[in-house]
Structures are given as C-alpha cells and as structure tokens.
Design a binder for this molecule. Structure first.
Ligand SMILES: Nc1nc2c(c(=O)[nH]1)N[C@H]1C(S)=C(S)[C@@H](COP(=O)(O)O)O[C@H]1N2
Ligand SMILES: [Mo]
Length: 326
C-alpha cells in the first residue's frame, strides 16, 4: 500500500476511502459472488477481502437517537480521519497500522465476560449486549495524551446501564476493562511494547458517571475494527488511552487495577489520567492540542481544557490533589 506523506508527516487519506457508496456496494456484491464460488477460502478470496477492507468496505448501519445533552458546536472530525489516524497497539504502533492491519480482527462471534465483585456475573454475547439499553448518538471530543484530539459522533449507551444490571457488591470499588489479546488476529501482540492484554480501569463512581459511554458504533455505523470493534469504552474527560478497545472482559474489583500504561511508564501515566492542561507529561506540555483535520501550515493550536471541557465530572475529584493523582 502506497502511503503519501503530507509535509507535516501526517498520513493523507487514501483516495480509495472516498469511494462513493455505490462502488462499495458493487464491490460487496462482487465479493459475495466470489465467496459463493470456487474462490472462497483461496488466496484470491483472501486478497479480495483484504483489499475491500483497506478500501473501506461498507459497514453495517446502526440506528441511534441523537442525545441533545451531548452535542458540541465544534466541527466533527471526518470519518476518514477518525478511521485512518488511530492508536491500537495490538495492530502496530504507527498511526496508520490500525487502518491497514485490523482486517484480521474477527468481531463475531464475540462475548464479554462480566465478573468479579458482582452478584450477577454473566457472559454476554455482543448482540445481546448491544440491546441492553437504547442506543444513543453522542458527539464527544477525545484527546490523546500525545497532544491531538478529534470530535466523533459515537454510538452507545451509558456504561452505568450495564453496571446496574450485574449488581456490584459492596466490595466493588474499581472496574477493569480487558481487551482481546489474540496473536493470531493481532500481530502487534507478538511485540513487547505493552503488557498484554491491554488493561484499563476506572474508579466505580467514574464508571457510573453518565458520560462514560459503552460504545458500539460511530458515524451511524457499527464501530470500524480500527476504532475498537465490536465494543469499547469512551471516557471523554480522560486521555484517550483510558478508552479501551475491543473489550472481552469487564471485572469489578476491590483494588485499583494495574493498567497497561501504568506498568509501561509509571512516572508518565497515572491511573486517573484526567485531561489536565496544568499537569504536563514529563516529556511534553499538555497545555495545548491540535485538532486532527486542522493540520497544515497555519494550523491553529487549541488550548486544552480541564477535564477536556467536561466540567460536570469535577465533583468526582473534589478534595483530591490532581497533580498527585495524575
Ligand atoms: N486495546 C487498546 N485500546 C486502546 C488503545 C490500544 O492501543 N489498545 N489505544 C488507546 C489510545 S492511546 C487512544 S488515543 C484511543 C484512540 O481511539 P481511536 O483510534 O478510536 O480514536 O484508543 C485507546 N484504546
Ligand atoms: Mo492516546
């Protein structure tokens, strides 16, 4: 795959990603015909499948009611940017790797085990999980600790809907999110950049906050693989790495989980990781950010906002020294 680099080093979208929908539909029909015929299972089938994925084969539509409480006047990031500039280390560490490599991720069948300090532990099939509560569209900013941000129309429902159903015990003080770690589907898992599986976590009251979104789609469609299909969390007041992708296990615990990023760099990544312009990363400032899509010579630097602008979460941290609990 030829990747053109823009002068600032950011990958430009492939022309093929802006293929009109009719053309994807044709390609899909073509693929279905191949699948039905002798080519199925052959190298040709594999090749066609890979190519269709890389060219942005149409994703299944997902209906969701826009929730007016979670809108923003800011311009939304384009679908192309949101699906070609990603972090998903299970597929490689370059921003283009998730786009290029996640076609090997199999999102059906998929189950999520809900376990630990709950009265009703359960293993849910993804298709029943999606039906636990009405799907909403919520436009959230997501800011990466690296200093860039996007504005994305996510689809999902408050994680609290799921938590209430499994009835946490009095011992449940934290929730741990565990991503799939299958080296056959995820080539990056063979490298040692992080301790696999990818583990993230929230304090119970954070997880219960209505903003914390159990996410199954974006832009009116199911989640693209590179964005963490079939289910991830989005915690918009925290740095992006708290929003674990492709989750297979949600565990309720007494003690604070050891998250992958804390293990990788304890002085750089704390458990809370709230977006905070007053607490710099040891190697760079967190005072400003660049909005993906605004790149270019005259790119404007945006001021990073406390809690990424989601001030309604401030009361969760009253009395806490957020420099100490970074
Ligand atoms: N399992 C897993 N989840 C992950 C990551 C990852 O490498 N593996 N990267 C995180 C980081 S650093 C960011 S910024 C966001 C990016 O989400 P997006 O690609 O959908 O914008 O996903 C987060 N979730
Ligand atoms: Mo990130």
């Amino acid at each position: 795959m030829l990747i053109k680099r823009s002068p600032n080093g950011r990958d430009l979208p492939f022309a093929s990603e802006i293929t009109p929908r009719e053309i994807y539909e044709e390609r899909r029909k073509f693929l279905a015909r191949i699948a039905a015929g002798a080519a199925a299972g052959s190298a040709l089938w594999e090749l066609a499948n890979r190519q269709a994925f890389a060219q942005g084969a149409a994703l299944q539509k997902l209906a969701a009611q826009p929730n007016p409480a979670y809108r923003t006047p800011e311009q939304q990031t384009t679908f192309t940017d949101a699906t070609s500039y990603n972090n998903f280390y299970e597929f490689g560490t370059d921003k283009s790797d998730p786009h290029d490599n996640t076609q090997t991720l199999r999102t059906r069948p998929w189950t999520v085990a809900i376990e630990g300090e709950v009265k009703k532990p359960v293993t849910l099939d993804i298709d029943s999980l999606i039906k636990l509560a009405p799907l909403e569209e919520r436009v959230y900013r997501l800011r990466c600790v690296e200093g860039w941000s996007m504005v994305i129309p996510w689809i999902g429902f408050s994680l609290s809907n799921l938590i209430k159903q499994v009835e946490p015990t009095g011992n449940a003080k934290y929730v741990e999110f565990i991503s799939l770690a299958d080296p056959r589907q995820m080539p990056g898992v063979r490298s040692h950049v992080l301790d696999w599986p990818y583990v993230e976590g929230l304090r119970m009251d954070e997880a219960m906050h209505p903003l914390a979104l159990l996410t199954v789609g974006m832009y009116g469609q199911v989640l693209p693989n590179q964005n963490g299909a079939p289910v991830r969390v989005v915690v918009p007041w925290k740095y992006g790495f708290k929003s674990a992708k492709s989750i297979v296990r949600i565990r309720f615990r007494k003690d604070q989980p050891n998250t992958s990023w804390m293990v990788a760099g304890p002085t750089e990544y704390g458990f809370y990781s709230n977006v905070n312009p007053n607490v710099d990363h040891p190697r760079w400032s967190q005072a400003t950010e660049r909005r993906i899509g605004e790149d270019g010579f005259f790119q404007r630097k945006r001021k990073t906002l406390m809690f990424n602008g989601y001030n309604e979460v401030a009361s969760l941290y009253s009395g806490m020294d957020l420099k100490k609990y970074f």
